[in-house]
Design a protein around this ligand. Structure first.
Ligand SMILES: [Zn+2]
Length: 638
């Protein structure tokens, strides 16, 4: 109910905004013609009159959350811009003198007591000259965006003394929730020369901003509207004239871009972002600088939340960034949930176990003894608990996160018994280790590890693998998640695939694309990328192991999740980074028997020797608590 109301409300707002905007445009144009017309001798030049076009920029499509709540919109605004009337052959001194004269006139006109930042002649000249810009000399330069009413009125009154200056109406992007969702939405900025070459054939103006990252880039073609134009009667000098008060100036209305309805839940997204920020702030003074988390619907692939800390404010990109703003943006540039792979550590262990079972190197009820470490054919590797885990079958080994069990699978897959036979390590690697490794990798790929997940975002990382030549530990270490790097999104897809019975679902952020009238243009359907080659019994085995993680006394996350009503199955992970830090993970899904949400959380580069359930666990807990409380509320309403 609530969501229907909201979407109706937002549609109405959008429409009102459009009406208001067009109204402003008409008013502005009429004003300008009245003033320009003053004192003109129509009769003399009438015969030479012709028509010229003025562009009416189209507002961009909006972003809404899955319940129809507006997340990103536009607001009407006026920009004072300068287009140089000079050509290359004009004397640079004349050009400079002219620009300085105009700037001098503009300073008092742009003075507004309400504005904190004062305009100076130097600043205006710099903008008009555009020396630090990569745009061509004839491209319009924005002198003042978001001009105040007072500024617009005063500049309009004096346009006849300001050659090349124009006041243009614009709908500017409004990231109304500031840093919220910034890595999902991405940001926009003006085009460089290369982009302009591409976009000018598609109806863009040189002054248009385009999407550079995130959904703004991915859905650029849907978000961009179609610019409108007015047919303006001009005299022989190209100046607009006006003969009839009742002329309808709008020739072609701008058509706003299409709206995107996202899969994310605003509340869950907000809680996820806050939990990540809280976590990183609580770890001040340690090497931790980032954290990231993803929540998917494991049955459909819909992204319910996705966040990377720190976030940035995309509004800062709209006007061109100050150095200070850039210093704030820079550490937030990477989307750690999608673009930046981290060592996954023990989160891969349920798949390692399944691979061992599928390949027949371990049996479902076989118990393997952990004395606290294992010889990896020349290298002694410890288990994370040097006291040892005793005897464990695969499920118990997942729950205890026992390295020795996983090393054993790695050794058996790579046939370590043949290492010291004829030919030595090199020939063993070629004959046994490398092929086993490739097969292992292919199995991981089936679940989304080490391949792109297919999400509708640009710059997705496929993760990476590091096979090291001439050492005997490749397989055992890969089996515990040490020789690879994956993104939180890949791990969330992998957990979803285990949870939903083996379908690798393509994750997506946009559910629907609607035109400004609300007509459906495109509806995204869940897409199965592949069905894994593992039997339902093997997947069930892995799920049972994950359930033990969060419920058995020896499970590594039972302390945090053992008493939760929503019955979560999960896996902790701690990965050595080789930089004297460790990545801390929690992945999981809930409810155990009827999965509705799958999550992955990473807190990378933590101090060595912490516990995953303490480092990543609190974020996971807040996300799941929120999701299940929300769900209760919705069920109650329906
Ligand atoms: Zn162990």
């Amino acid at each position: 109910m609530e969501s229907e109301d909201q979407s109706l409300h937002s549609g109405r707002l959008h429409f009102l905004f459009l009406i208001m905007f067009i109204g402003l445009v008409i008013l502005l144009l009429r004003l300008s013609f009245i003033q320009l017309g003053k004192g003109e001798d129509y009769a003399v030049k009438a015969e030479a009159n012709r028509y010229a076009q003025q562009i009416l920029p189209a507002p961009r499509g909006q972003f809404k959350d899955r319940h129809g709540e507006i997340l990103v919109a536009n607001k009407p605004s006026f920009t004072i811009q300068y287009t140089s009337p000079f050509t290359k052959s004009d004397d640079p001194k004349t050009v400079q003198a002219n620009i300085e004269a105009i700037a001098e006139k503009l300073v008092p006109l742009l003075d507004d007591p309400e504005e904190k930042e004062k305009v100076t002649k130097d600043k205006i000249v710099k903008l008009m000259m555009g020396t630090d810009e990569y745009l061509s000399r004839s491209a319009p330069r924005k002198i003042k965006t978001k001009a105040t009413e007072r500024q617009v009125a005063r500049v309009k009154e004096n346009l006849q003394d300001l050659p090349g200056i124009a006041v243009i109406p614009e709908a500017i992007r409004d990231y109304r929730l500031k840093t919220f969702g910034s890595h999902i939405f991405g940001y926009m900025r003006k085009m460089d020369e290369k982009m302009w070459n591409e976009y000018q054939t598609k109806g863009y103006l040189m002054t248009d901003l385009v999407g550079i990252t995130g959904l703004e880039k991915q859905y650029e073609q849907y978000l961009k509207g179609i610019h409108g134009a007015t047919r303006v009667e001009v005299n022989i000098n190209g100046d607009p004239i006006r003969r009839d008060n009742n002329v309808d100036f709008i020739e072609k209305k701008p058509i706003p871009g299409n709206d995107l309805t996202l899969t994310i839940d605003k509340k869950l997204q907000q809680v996820t972002e806050e939990a990540l920020a809280e976590r990183v702030n609580a770890l001040k003074g340690t090497p931790v600088k980032n954290a990231a988390a993803v929540a998917l619907d494991p049955n459909t692939g819909e992204v319910l939340a996705m966040a990377s800390y720190p976030a940035f404010d995309p509004n800062a990109w709209l006007d061109g960034m100050s150095d200070e703003e850039y210093a704030q943006f820079q550490p937030a540039e990477w989307n750690h949930a999608v673009e930046y792979p981290h060592e996954p550590g023990s989160t891969v262990k349920m798949l390692t176990t399944m691979i061992g079972l599928k390949e027949g190197v371990v049996k479902p009820d076989e118990k393997i003894f952990c004395p606290g470490g294992l010889d990896l054919s020349g290298y002694y590797a410890s288990c994370w608990d040097p006291k040892g885990h005793g005897l464990s079958d695969g499920r118990e080994a997942i729950a205890k996160s026992c390295n020795v069990y996983m090393y054993t699978i790695g050794k058996r897959l790579a046939k370590h018994q043949f290492i010291f036979q004829n030919g030595g390590v090199k020939s063993w690697m070629e004959k046994y280790d490398k092929p086993a490794y490739e097969k292992f990798r292919k199995y991981q790929n089936e679940f989304g590890l080490g391949v792109k997940t297919g999400i509708d975002l640009p710059f997705e990382s496929a993760g990476k693998y590091n096979y090291q030549p001439e050492i005997t530990t490749n397989m055992p270490f890969t089996a515990i998640g040490q020789n690879s790097n994956f993104t939180p999104l890949q791990l969330a897809q992998y957990v979803s695939t285990i949870a939903n019975g083996g379908k690798r679902m393509k994750p997506y952020l946009v559910k629907e694309i609607k035109d400004p009238e609300g007509k459906l243009i495109k509806k995204m359907e869940p897409e199965v990328l592949n069905q894994v080659s593992f039997s339902p019994e093997l997947l069930q085995y892995a799920r049972e192991g994950m359930w033990k993680v969060t419920h058995e006394p020896y499970g590594t996350a039972s302390y945090m999740f053992g008493r939760k009503k929503y019955d979560v199955a999960g896996k902790t992970g701690t990965a050595q980074t080789g930089r004297d830090t460790e990545n801390y993970w929690f992945v999981g899904y809930a409810p155990y028997n009827n999965p509705k949400i799958a999550i992955a959380v990473v807190v990378p580069e933590g101090r060595v020797g912490m516990h995953s359930y303490e480092m990543a666990g609190p974020v996971a807990e807040k996300m799941l608590d929120t999701f299940f409380n929300e769900e209760k509320k919705e069920t109650a309403v329906n």
